[in-house]
Design a protein around this ligand. Structure first.
Ligand SMILES: Cc1cc2nc3c(=O)[nH]c(=O)nc-3n(C[C@H](O)[C@H](O)[C@H](O)COP(=O)(O)OP(=O)(O)OC[C@H]3O[C@@H](n4cnc5c(N)ncnc54)[C@H](O)[C@@H]3O)c2cc1C
Length: 311
């Protein structure tokens, strides 16, 4: 049985896209992983949806009566599974629910936990967990001393693994109580349209300051691209926070990323460093984004967008 595991939580029968990315990350560690899916009432047909290259077994863990917001009960269930199966490394997506559940589980099983990792490396038999720190001013390489270790990976940090035929699957039930009463649950917007997009157009503060945000948006619509923004653009309410790119936002890996009016702070570029081709438009020839982009166009975006939208 694999001692490396991917943990995920299933809502309304939907497998999060991150499972395919975590399978790639696990495989890069040099061994296959088992995927553990937790949910209130799981159907074994899910095994096919959870089977990716890098995953050698699927475990469906029913947690009756527990909704995703009941982190205390789900943490107890996760800790029970980690202990029963002797798991040494658990990978999960860096998102609020999983982090809440697994930080509690970490305390229960005495695990070390690193959050928001963007890359993993194996060195001298240990997993080095690379993550931005101190407001993404630096990248640090962490190692957890001993086992088990729990690692959250930022979505978009690795390419998704290919689907495979359904892996061997077992179904079990773990009873765990919660002290939290769960009321009405309302789904919030997600950034899935960005992480899965081939082409992303990004508006920066320069687009707002020059009154060109709507023109950038029209250009994104025209070429069928997803629209995103830098932090000031989200702060000022031009885009939802989920559509903010960067260290404190979403990490994207489109084939093409076209950026208008972003200076190129490291907290921003952390979100696009896995992108295919990056084209940046900026009227400042010394903007730091110049050193990051594959193609730098030194121009006023207004004039350029008028021409591009007219084509
Ligand atoms: C802890 C922490 C976390 C952070 N996380 C993030 C994050 O996740 N994402 C993020 O984006 N930021 C983040 N930031 C903020 C980050 O440091 C920068 O302040 C931010 O990225 C700047 O956004 P910007 O490039 O859009 O704006 P600016 O830095 O103001 O740049 C605007 C650019 O537009 C150009 N411009 C202006 N007018 C035009 C025009 N007409 N045509 C062409 N170009 C023009 C200017 O030359 C300039 O380079 C974080 C900061 C901290 C401290």
């Amino acid at each position: 049985m694999s001692k490396t595991a991917i943990f995920t939580w299933i809502q309304q029968g939907q497998v999060p896209e991150s499972v395919a990315e975590l399978a790639t990350a696990a495989k890069a560690l040099g061994e296959t992983a088992a995927c553990y899916a937790f949910g209130a009432d799981l159907d074994d047909s899910l095994a096919a949806d959870l089977s990716f290259d890098g995953i050698d077994a699927v475990h469906l863990v029913n947690t009756p009566g527990l909704a995703l917001c009941q982190s205390d009960g789900l943490a107890e269930a996760a800790a029970q599974v980690m202990t029963a199966d002797g798991l040494t490394t658990v990978l999960l997506e860096a998102e609020p629910a999983g982090r809440d559940i697994m930080s509690r589980a970490a305390v229960k099983v005495g695990a070390g936990m690193t959050s928001d990792c963007t890359a993993l490396e194996v060195q001298d038999g240990a997993i080095r967990q690379i993550k931005p720190s101190f407001g993404a001013q630096v990248m640090v390489a962490c190692e957890v001393k001993g086992a088990p270790e729990i690692i959250t990976m930022k979505k978009g940090s690795t390419a998704p693994a290919d689907k495979t035929a359904a892996a061997p699957c077992d179904v079990r039930t773990v009873e765990a109580a919660s002290k939290i009463t769960c009321g009405k649950i309302t789904a919030l917007p997600s950034s899935d349209h960005l992480t899965g997009a081939d082409v992303v157009v990004v508006a920066g503060k320069g687009a707002i300051e020059s009154g060109q945000f709507e023109t950038v948006k029209a250009y994104a619509d025209k070429i069928g691209a997803a629209l995103a923004g830098s932090r000031p653009v989200a702060d000022q309410g031009f885009i939802p926070f989920d559509d903010q790119i960067g260290e404190s936002g979403t990490v994207i890996q489109p084939k093409l990323c076209i950026i208008f009016g972003v200076s190129g702070a490291i907290q921003f570029t952390e979100g696009i460093k896995g992108d295919g081709t990056v084209i940046a438009v900026n009227n400042d020839p010394n903007a730091p984004i110049r050193g990051f982009a594959d193609v730098f166009i030194c121009a006023d975006m207004g004039e350029l967008l008028v021409a591009m939208n007219a084509k």
